[in-house]
Design a binder for this molecule. Structure first.
Ligand code: SF4
Length: 76
């Protein structure tokens, strides 16, 4: 991935590098949304899918890592 040119791209790159597991459930944005590190300075700025596309139940499934969607989106 080329170096980010904006703050938003830099935050996205950091979060993706931090948490994304291609073998786990959900897209990288869904996995970032499921991040539970509330003390991370980037937590409030992390990129997340629109709330209408990810329910709290979806977040819980991602956190538990039991959904097995193989990287496919959980909700549309
Ligand atoms: S907000 Fe979460 S995913 Fe993003 S860098 Fe911090 S700990 Fe990692």
């Amino acid at each position: 991935m080329p170096n980010p040119t904006t703050r938003s791209e830099a935050i996205s790159a950091k979060c993706r590098d931090c948490i994304y597991d291609p073998g786990a459930a959900g897209t990288w944005r869904q996995q970032v949304a499921a991040c539970e590190s509330g003390n991370c300075p980037l937590f409030d700025f992390r990129p997340c899918p629109p709330k209408r596309k990810l329910t709290s139940a979806d977040l819980q499934k991602l956190r538990e890592g039991t959904e097995g969607h193989g990287g496919a989106p959980i909700a549309d």
